[in-house]
Design a protein around this ligand. Sequence first.
Ligand SMILES: *Cc1c(COP(=O)(O)O)cnc(C)c1O
Length: 384
Amino acid sequence: MIPYGKHNICDRDIEFVIEVLKNEFLTQGNRGVQFENKVASYTGAGYAISVNSATAALHAGCVGLGVQPGDLVWTSSNSFVASANAPMYCGAEVDFVDIDLSTRNIDIESLKEKLHKADLTGRLPKVLIPVHFSGLSCDMKQIFQLSRKYGFKILEDASHAIGAEYLDKKVGCCEYSDAAVFSFHPVKIVTTGEGGILLTNSEKLANKARKFRTHGITRSIEELELSSPGNWYYEMQSLGFNYRLNDLAAALGISQLDRLDAFVEQRNVLTRYYNDRLSNLGLSPQIITTEARSSCHLYTILLPQNRDKIFSYMTENGIGVNVHYIPIHKQPYWKKRCQSSLELPNTDEYYSKCMTIPLYPDLNMNDLEKVVTTLEDAVITYVA
Ligand SMILES: *Cc1c(COP(=O)(O)O)cnc(C)c1O
């Protein structure tokens, strides 16, 4: 089976991890800080806080931005459930904005309309979590302008988007947001096994997130609330979690980052190849906006008919396909918590037609040929 996505591990990655195994510290050594510095300098963000998943990073971001019970957070329903779960961990109410069918990202007109209505009823969101679908940045300049007008904060779910660019800057630099997160799950662009990172230019938010990932504990003299009786002393000042990234994972990340640009370039090459080869099938691939360079995490197509039959045909013929995403608002847990009036026509239409075909740097010419010809057969058979 050709999988839809796959990590790439080289001998040097393995050596980096083995080296940590021989060191004194398996966690809380210096690899975490080195990894953070590397991601910060790559993206241009002022602060990087590594954690053990992007979900934890989203949680830390929500807490850092002051999301509390009674607050409202908006995100995109065409995403992995974690985008909405993180604000829910804080007791917030979550609502969803519709997407644009061609970019698969938050639709700016829908967002404007929803904000206008929310303003009239006095129920504006405290935080918006735009999701950069497949590594294509949302229209952050417009979202930023709206955040100024309506007074909400922005937490970018850039889980797919490390290595991507927007207006010639790296996604994650937080030029148009308060914070951003990347995921290092093995299907994403670079991996640490499990892992994530929160990026921000706010020192206050960074300090809050650092405490939050380690039980709400600080050892920093300047931060202590009580006077320190000795060098052993630490204070737990708020309720945090154990969300730390261990040194084995961080070492793998450090090594992987050296190949990030090559991975993104190869993903772009493969995307252009598919765009070319599939152009006469009318499959509506994601449209990359002119302001952006995508990290090309996923190759998604829209099948006008018989998606489910085509999906089965592909898997029966050894092609790992997927659906990104089952809309969050369709999940049983979320269904009960969404307003009955919630309408996301583009998200629903996208979900009824979408299919993800294999895309990862190691995909070779034979694999590509097999994916393309199998898909051609399926479309000829099942689409009138
Ligand atoms: C993968 C993913 C996450 C969660 O990342 P983890 O590192 O697995 O916690 C969140 N949001 C999106 C859009 C994702 O694709």
